[in-house]
Design a protein around this ligand. Structure first.
Ligand code: FDA
Length: 497
């Protein structure tokens, strides 16, 4: 059965996908966006679209029996995680043997669940990671474009210094300073103007109401409000939520896709067969790599290169938890949006000061360290489960943990403080067995050409985090957005003119 032909199909609706959809729509190309998650627009019985971190319900996670929050609890109480009905919730954790990968599910992809930190990488490191990309063009044109489109803003210093909700970050700055470490502010796509109004009680609380991870009901300029809304407004772009692409085959002039549509409860609705001339994969590092790997290994796209599945990394992610003195509390009010990072240039670590919005004083300081771990994992295709399997071992994470440990040992020594063992599921003060920043699998210039055109095929493109070889040194979405802008500009000019 043939359910129709569209000139362009975009798989997924995260950063790379959203950029591609908008620019295709503006160029007059009729485009269909296929997204496996929901369109998060309809309020639940409580009047809210998303649930908060302290009261997770079925909206929180993608078809799980129990929530799998990164922070397990404090004082060995399982505060955060609880049983939930299986549902097309907004956050997924895809579990491989030594690595759990958090990803967003829904129209907007990771932008729905993430912390909104919008950081441009250090230029010298960017040039090292992606040597074939014209860095001057990126830093003069595409990074600024991405920042504008994503509405990146910075916290006003007086607000940061005065708000009870950032006491936890100011405390960590003080403790780091005693050990000789400086800090830097991190820009964000969460509106700090909105946050200040939350604090004054003028608008409903979101960042100040423990919302992040399972979605923000207010304040955050996610892709569904920006790029994707603009794409639909061109009149050329349609978004189909709860549509998961399971198979990609080549046709004489383009591609044929098998798509499974489900209800939000998971019941099958239809299996569809769609064709297109140009196919853009924006299903994320895991999703796009899996589609390509499956196609190569099952013979649907046998000419894909051996580089598909290679070059994966968790952006050196390590979480860490420290204990503070009774006289130096973190505060029971904590903004869910991180804005400050400790810098350790000698060890190449930035440690973002993360909230523990438990609603009670926990004396815990939590950090997401981004390190430059050079180790890389790879995916293989498992025919029995029809899934891509990530090969990444705990040993490969060791350089990341060692770098983070060096920094936090110094901070503990300078302050006579200790680590916390009750925060992560592994009962260790460091957790490198999960990540928020999956990168790679279809690396630019290897599995694709220098503009994301997949090697071995025509009119087939990767647009997302799969292009980045495993590490950026900072949070990745601004880079993914900027790179997608750069690539689609070239593709529109040369392939669709
Ligand atoms: P992304 O993962 O955003 O989107 C892929 C989309 O494709 C998803 O919506 C998925 O459902 C869909 N999909 C997958 N397979 C499919 C299929 N077969 N068919 C149809 N659809 C399919 N980054 C940052 O810069 N600053 C930050 O503060 C944070 N914080 C953060 C917190 C948390 C909790 C997470 C999980 C992640 C972050 N990140 C982050 C990371 C950031 O969100 C991430 O790097 C980007 O969302 C990746 O963008 P992509 O375009 O690669 O795909």
């Amino acid at each position: 059965a043939d359910d129709g032909h569209v000139p362009a199909i975009v798989v997924g609706s995260g950063y790379g996908a959203a950029v591609s959809a908008l620019r295709l729509g503006e160029a007059g190309v009729r485009t269909l966006v296929l997204e496996m998650g929901q369109a998060w627009t309809t309020p639940g019985p409580d009047g809210r679209v998303h649930c908060d971190m302290l009261n997770p319900d079925r909206r929180s996670m993608w078809f799980k029996d129990r929530t799998e929050a990164p922070v397990n609890g404090v004082l060995f109480l399982d505060l955060a995680n609880r049983p939930i009905p299986r549902y097309a919730g907004v956050l997924d954790r895809v579990n491989f043997p030594d690595m759990g990968v958090y990803v967003g599910r829904g129209v907007g992809g990771g932008s729905l669940v993430n912390g909104g930190m919008a950081v441009v990488p250090d230029r010298a490191y960017f040039e090292q990671v992606l040597p074939n990309v014209d860095a001057a063009e990126m830093y003069e044109r595409y990074f600024p474009l991405a920042q504008r489109m994503l509405r990146v803003n910075s916290i006003p210093a007086p607000y940061f210094e005065g708000s009870d909700y950032y006491q936890y970050a100011r405390l960590s700055r003080t403790l780091a300073g005693r050990a000789g470490y400086g800090t830097r502010f991190l820009p964000n796509v969460y509106s700090f103007d909105y946050m200040a109004r939350e604090e004054r009680g003028e608008v409903p609380k979101s960042a100040l109401g423990t919302e992040v991870l399972y979605g923000n009901n207010h304040g955050k300029f996610s892709l569904d409000k920006g790029y994707l809304a603009q794409a639909v407004a061109t009149g050329n772009v349609t978004i189909a939520p709860l549509h998961r692409v399971t198979r990609v085959q080549a046709t004489a002039s383009g591609y044929a896709l098998t798509v499974r549509q489900i209800t939000a409860e998971g019941a099958p609705v239809a299996e569809k067969h769609l064709t297109c001339d140009h196919l853009f994969l924006g299903a994320g590092s895991l999703g796009s790599t899996e589609l390509l790997l499956r196609a190569r290994e099952t013979g649907d796209l046998p000419d894909l290169s051996d580089e598909v599945g290679e070059g994966w990394g968790p952006n050196g992610n390590v979480m860490a938890a420290r204990n503070n003195h009774l006289l130096e509390p973190t505060g029971f009010k904590q903004s869910a949006i991180p804005v400050l990072a400790i810098e350790d240039p000698a060890r190449d670590v930035i440690a973002e000061i993360a909230p523990v919005p438990a609603g009670i004083e926990t004396y815990v300081s939590l950090y997401l360290a981004i390190t430059k771990n050079p180790n890389r994992g790879r995916f293989t295709y498992d025919a029995a489960t029809d899934r891509a399997v990530l090969h990444w071992t705990a040993a490969q994470a060791e350089p990341a943990v060692a770098a983070a440990r060096g920094l936090f040992d110094d901070i503990n020594d300078a302050n006579n403080t200790t680590y916390r063992y009750d925060v992560f599921a592994n009962r260790q003060p460091f957790a490198a067995d999960f990540c928020y920043h999956p990168l790679g699998g279809a690396v630019l210039g290897r599995a694709t050409d220098d503009h994301g055109r997949v090697r071995g095929y025509r009119r087939l493109y990767v647009t997302d985090g799969a292009l980045v070889p495993g590490s950026l040194g900072v949070n990745p979405f601004v880079t993914i957005t900027a790179l997608a802008e750069r690539n689609i500009a070239r593709v529109l000019a040369e392939d669709l003119a």
